[in-house]
Write a protein that binds this ligand. Structure first.
Ligand code: ADP
Ligand code: MG
Length: 359
């Protein structure tokens, strides 16, 4: 196996006072990928980024780039640039001076500097703002300058800490598309921190889900959505019903479970079945619950509330002795009449394979 571009091995970071920022992080980052670090506030995302950048030195463990140990290398000696959450632009410099700054530090000649600044500005769509003052720019434009300033140094790895969090929802979505486009056209490895799962899901090749200074799961967006491996990931990515269910046997290629009166036939995608009578937690997406379809085992569910969700109605309901379940119903026909108190016959969509998680 060739070395990955970046390798973090058993990286641990203890802060003074005993706070454990990172527990034991093992992470390989491949050349050219868009990798996101995703997790709740305080889980260690920024610390991971700072360890890669060299702003923070690990208490133990190692950071390697192309197989070379860079754990103790100073930030400016690493082929890595960072886009900070607050942009950290120099307010007294204009746009091109901001972008040129890193090139001047690296003793790059004037003509080359000008050419690279122009190319970087073109990449982020700000060619007409070369001489503008930073204070004259909108939030979205400042974000682009920060990006241009980072890519102009042609880093091997670009680190981005919540780069879009200061932008409003509309601009944010637009910038997500641009960030992805920029990353593909540069072919540079991007490592982005975000606490926003929609953002991570929409632009990443792989996502590292973190919790409490540890990695919960590393996978593609689709695999995280379809096959979460821990309860934390199942609860963190999208909406997931986590139903306690008793194993009731096997029928052909399906595993049969019983969850508070609801019979669940789950497509077995190769996982080993639980023991007889064992209780597990089954993760069921709201869109995989169907209302009175033919040929499914159904159980009555009493509607508690109905929330408008664009194409779907998101229904919160109760089955059996009060187990809560969230259902997404297409907003059409008789579904429109669904209201609190309505009794629905619900079942699991045939052919659905659901993650089986510890009870
Ligand atoms: N310089 C520091 N001194 C003490 N504790 C810190 C320091 N930096 C981060 N921490 C702690 O380490 C944990 C991880 O922080 P951080 O990596 O910033 O989280 P995130 O970016 O995921 O929100 C938190 O508990 C935070 O309070
Ligand atoms: Mg952070």
């Amino acid at each position: 196996m060739p070395d990955p571009l970046l390798r973090l091995s058993a990286v641990r970071k203890e802060f003074p006072g005993g706070v454990i920022g990172l527990d034991s992080i093992d992470l390989d980052i491949e050349p050219g990928e868009f990798l996101s670090l995703l997790g709740p506030s305080g889980c260690g995302k920024t610390t991971t980024l700072r360890v890669i950048a060299g702003f923070e030195s690990p208490t133990s463990g190692a950071v390697k780039l192309d197989g070379r140990d860079i754990t103790t290398l100073r930030p400016y000696d690493r082929p890595v640039n960072t886009v900070f959450q607050d942009y950290a632009l120099f307010p007294h410099m204009n746009v091109s001076e901001n972008i040129e700054f890193g090139l001047s530090l690296r003793k790059i000649g004037l003509a080359d500097r000008r050419r690279r600044v122009a190319a970087a500005l073109d990449m982020v769509g700000l060619s007409d703002k070369v001489a503008a003052r930073v204070s004259e720019l909108s939030g979205g434009q400042r974000q682009r300058v920060a990006l241009a300033r980072a890519i102009v140094c042609e880093p091997r790895v670009l680190l981005l800490d919540e780069p879009l969090s200061a932008l409003d929802a509309h601009l944010r979505e637009q910038m997500q598309v641009e960030l992805k486009r920029l990353q593909s056209s540069l072919g540079t490895t991007f490592v982005m921190v975000t606490h926003d799962q929609t953002e991570a899901m929409s632009i990443s090749d792989r996502i590292v889900v973190m919790n409490n200074g540890r990695i919960e799961q590393i996978a593609s967006p689709a695999a995280l959505y379809d096959r979460p491996e821990t309860r934390f990931v199942a609860g963190f990515i999208g909406t997931m019903n986590l139903l306690p269910a008793r194993f009731a046997g096997i029928s052909g290629s399906e595993l049969i479970f019983e969850a508070d009166g609801l019979r669940l036939m789950i497509d077995n995608d190769g996982t080993s079945p639980p023991g007889p009578g064992e209780t597990v937690t089954i993760g069921i997406r709201p869109e995989d619950v169907v209302v009175s379809g033919p040929s499914v085992d159904t159980a009555p569910a009493r509607v508690i509330s109905v929330v408008f969700h664009g194409k779907a109605l998101r229904v919160h309901a109760e089955i059996g002795t009060g187990t809560k379940i969230v259902i997404d119903m297409p907003r059409q026909g008789e579904n429109a009449a669904c209201r609190p108190g309505t009794i629905l016959d619900i079942g699991l969509r045939p052919g659905t394979s659901c993650p089986l998680l510890p009870a």
